[in-house]
Unconditional design. Structure first.
Length: 73
């Protein structure tokens, strides 16, 4: 299975989102930073959310595929 750079980036972001220190850094940046820092923190949080969502979506699709394969002739 080949993993392209976008998929690897999503995986890395999902893994990083589970790192509580990383989340605390984003939270701190959004609270104490200027307008640009807050925008960057929001972008980072959105990317991490997207990565987690995509990971969950793909996992669910793989499980569904396993069920469908067992029902096919």
């Amino acid at each position: 299975m080949n993993i392209n750079s976008s998929q690897k980036q999503n995986y890395d972001q999902a893994r990083n989102a589970l790192d509580l220190n990383g989340l605390n850094d984003i939270r701190q940046q959004s609270r104490t930073g200027d307008g640009e820092a807050k925008k960057e923190a929001l972008t980072e949080a959105a990317q991490q959310f997207e990565a987690i969502f995509m990971k969950m979506l793909l996992s669910s699709m793989r499980k569904a595929q396993e069920v469908l394969e067992s029902d096919s002739p």
